[in-house]
Design a protein. Sequence first.
Length: 79
Amino acid sequence: MPFKPDLVDELNVLIKFKDSTQEGIKVHKTASPSLIEATQRLFDKGMITQKDGGYLTPRGLVTVEHAHTLHGLLSSTPE
């Protein structure tokens, strides 16, 4: 099953976070509607602390670690 565009948008928000609960992000009202909606969905899923960003929850931290790993694997060139 392919990734749906909504999931890709959520992954793009997640990779903006560092692998830490100490650094948050803020998605401003001027951001693209798809980014704002993805951030709201991540909040609804319990991965971030605020509907416009905030900090990672424990669930969000695990998800971000996996998102960074997936991004790194797909971005690398084979040896």
